[in-house]
Design a protein around this ligand. Structure first.
Ligand code: ACM
Ligand code: ZN
Length: 728
């Protein structure tokens, strides 16, 4: 792109500057497209929003000292141009440099999946999201409306969908839910259409359908009553493929859906459909025999084809997740590739269209430590393996906002700022993009969004760390490293890392109010950022039992990214290698047995390397303190994440001994944490206020052994995750 770049995200395809400036004061407001006389001769807006990519969205904006001229071949092109004008007006400064912007989208499909089923999103949030999408030149809102945990679309012929399927009873007994009336849906569709955004509804089938089955049990293979799911995951009860009632239901739902949504494309899910029930169901087996299918995978394919035929008869097109490739693709299906890009490659090679949204770049429900903005920015929906001709089938991409862990009030923080990177990946041609240059535009853009009231989350976690207890010197060191690519991109800027082990506290799990602005002692300045690639901090001595080290990167004096927080417990077991009856799983060794006694506490991410995991086994650990010690408190923390099959132990027994042979039981401690809590829990099992002398401490934590009956992993081995043994 020609320098200097304009304050626009996504960057335009072409910018040719000329002499002079347009004073912003000359333009009072940016008109919505309906009010532009110039649009009078163009096709109606309805025609343009049925199918993304149908309309030519290109526009040309000429900026002169005395005015601006916006031209386009379509209303949507004009609208995209108005958003460019709006961003130029919103940027700092009183004037806009003169020149010509010639712009067009790199991809016809530029979308966001919004999951309103796991968490119900009010209309106000949906409209705000649509505004933000429009501002960044997206053109698809993929509205995920049905799930195991809730059905959100009112369908008059099936009232139990809104009476029963729209509500779930949470672990604490409260009812959670909501749904959209036909009027709500029409409002959303119209609001999006005014911004030239197509709303593509997703009605999931044959899997992820527990909520509908809870309302109408006859739709499942077993016909047995079920509750609307409260857990996250993949569930075995799915629509019965052998039962005509299933298709009667789905066709009625889809007929109503088609009535509400003008979109040519209808998403039918198709992902994550376990075949267990079909395997055991006489009706499904009869269907397999009658249709001469090779098994349950072909039955899934048959199911999708049947729905596809129905949609085709109604002049609509089917989209499904990449699982619809299994057992043979329906003739006119579009594939949305999420398990990497393999699905898109396979679809394109078979001559089918594809939408690309791999977990590696597009799953914005992942936190920024897993998917940061730089990784998003490397997204290229066009697989290199495909020929130019095959690549014609790649319509574009989507960012996926699955909402298991995203209630509406957190949505914006997960969307921003990463969606700005996605906007540019889908609009601006690859060879015109540069991450460092993008970052230059991003900073003022984010400042503007914040000033406009947008709740912007972190862009990434730039500081990586490794904390270790060194046995020889009995010290704790924290090795910090800056993400080198980010650091490279930030050359010429003033970078500093600020650290202090500020938060000393009396109980574990302390959550300080992290006011990073206060973190001024002692700043570690880095005139050459690369010097700080491996910065080692020795943990200051502490006489309090627990403390937190907090590290924050500052760029040009502003906090950047999420702070790094390491929690330590200074205690008698620190550095004492425990003896384990059952070793931790090789998948989650937590850095070896010593990690249970290295003083460093696991975070809310059970993959952080501090937690050790025991599959199907109890944890039985013995710590030798070296000599008889006065003990006042013993504790150990466990993790629960039901979605990951990790449960708190039912009980934890604490024993002590002077000789390692004769053991005295101190306490058997249970807990009142429900295993079905949807959130992650860290629980501290402790014997408090004791007064004894002992050399050995033994902890026996009784695993549930198997996942509970109601859990998707019912009967299979569950996990116990432990960190850290603390003896005071
Ligand atoms: C998906 O993430 N199951 C499409
Ligand atoms: Zn069946």
């Amino acid at each position: 792109m020609t320098s200097p770049s304009l304050p626009l995200i996504p960057a335009p395809q072409s910018w040719t500057p000329s002499i002079g400036f347009f004073p912003k004061a000359h333009l009072q407001s940016v008109p919505l497209i309906q009010n532009l006389d110039a649009a009078a001769d163009l096709p109606s807006p309805e025609e343009e929003i049925l199918e993304p990519g149908l309309a030519d969205e290109s526009y040309r904006l000429v900026i002169r000292p005395d005015g601006m001229e916006l031209t386009a071949h379509s209303r949507s092109g004009l609208f995209r141009g108005t958003q460019t004008v709006q961003q130029l007006m919103d940027a700092a400064g009183d004037s806009i440099p003169c020149g010509i912007i010639e712009d067009f989208p790199g991809f016809a499909w530029r979308g966001m999946l919004l999951d309103c089923a796991r968490h119900f999103m009010p209309l106000s949030v949906i409209k705000e999201t649509i505004d933000q999408l429009a501002y960044h030149k997206f053109n698809v809102l993929h509205w995920h409306l049905t799930e195991d945990q809730g059905w959100r679309l009112e369908v008059p012929a099936y009232p139990r969908l809104t009476e029963v399927a729209a509500w779930r009873t949470q672990w604490d007994g409260t009812r959670y839910g909501g749904y959209y009336t036909s009027e709500d849906v029409r409002e959303v569709v119209a609001y999006a259409a005014e911004r030239f955004i197509t709303v593509v509804p997703e009605i999931e089938l044959p899997g992820h359908s527990v909520a509908a089955i809870a309302a109408y049990p006859e739709l499942s293979c077993t016909g047995l009553p079920l509750e609307v799911e409260t857990q996250w995951g993949v569930f075995k009860d799915v629509y019965c493929a052998g039962n005509e009632k299933t298709f009667e239901f789905l066709e009625a739902v889809l007929t109503h859906t088609l009535d509400l949504f003008p979109s040519h494309y209808i998403h039918i899910g198709g992902d994550e459909c376990p075949k267990d029930r079909w395997h055991a169901c006489p009706k499904c087996q009869k269907r397999i025999a009658q249709e001469d299918l090779a098994g349950e995978h072909e039955l899934q394919s048959w199911f999708i084809r049947r729905i596809e035929t129905f949609l085709k008869e109604n002049d609509r097109r089917l989209i499904g997740w990449d699982e619809i490739l299994e057992g043979g693709l329906a003739p006119s299906a579009t594939v949305q590739s999420w398990r990497g890009i393999r699905g898109a490659i396979a679809a394109a090679r078979q001559g089918h269209d594809a939408i690309v949204s791999p977990t590696s770049h597009c799953y914005f429900d992942y936190d920024v430590a897993t998917l940061d903005i730089r990784q998003v920015y490397t997204f290229n929906p066009r697989p290199e393996k495909l020929t130019d001709e095959e690549n014609q089938h790649i319509l574009g991409g989507e960012m996926n906002l699955w909402s298991e862990y995203i209630p509406p009030e957190r949505l914006s923080k997960m969307v921003f700022p990463r969606m700005t990177a996605m906007a540019e990946c889908l609009w601006t041609d690859n060879e015109k993009r540069s991450f460092p240059e993008f970052l230059q535009r991003l900073r003022p853009h984010v400042e503007f969004l914040k000033s406009a009231g947008v709740n912007v989350g972190p862009a990434d976690q730039p500081v990586n760390y490794k904390a270790e207890f060194l046995e020889d010197s009995a010290t704790t060191v924290v090795k910090l490293s800056l993400d080198s690519e980010l650091v490279k991109a930030m050359r010429g800027h003033d970078l500093d890392l600020r650290q202090r082990a500020i938060f000393r506290h009396e109980t574990p799990g302390y959550q300080p109010d992290l006011r990073v602005e206060d973190m001024v002692l002692p700043p570690v300045r880095m005139s050459d950022p690369l010097v700080a690639k491996n910065l080692i901090m020795v943990w200051p001595d502490s006489d309090t039992p627990w403390d937190l080290m907090v590290v924050q990167l500052f760029i040009d004096g502003l906090a950047y990214g999420t702070p790094t927080v390491v929690e330590r417990s200074h205690n008698l077991a620190m550095g004492r290698q425990p003896q384990l009856l059952h070793q931790a799983s090789s998948r989650y060794p937590g850095g070896g047995a010593l990690s249970l006694c290295n003083g460093l506490l696991g975070t809310r991410n059970f993959r952080d390397g501090f937690w050790s995991g025991y599959e199907g086994n109890d944890l039985n650990a013995t710590v030798d303190l070296g000599e008889n010690k006065k003990i006042t408190r013993i504790s150990i923390r466990f993790y629960q994440g039901a979605t990951a099959w990790i449960f708190l132990p039912s009980t934890v027994e604490f024993q002590v001994s002077n000789n390692g042979l004769d053991w005295e039981s101190m306490a058997l401690i249970g807990h009142d944490v429900s295993p079905s809590i949807q959130d992650r829990v860290i629980y501290d099992f402790a014997v408090e206020d004791v007064s004894l002398q002992a050399r050995y401490v033994r902890i026996i934590a009784n695993s549930l052994g198997h996942c509970p009956d109601w859990h998707p992993g019912a009967g299979r081995d569950c996990w116990v995750f432990a960190d850290e043994i603390v003896v005071q």
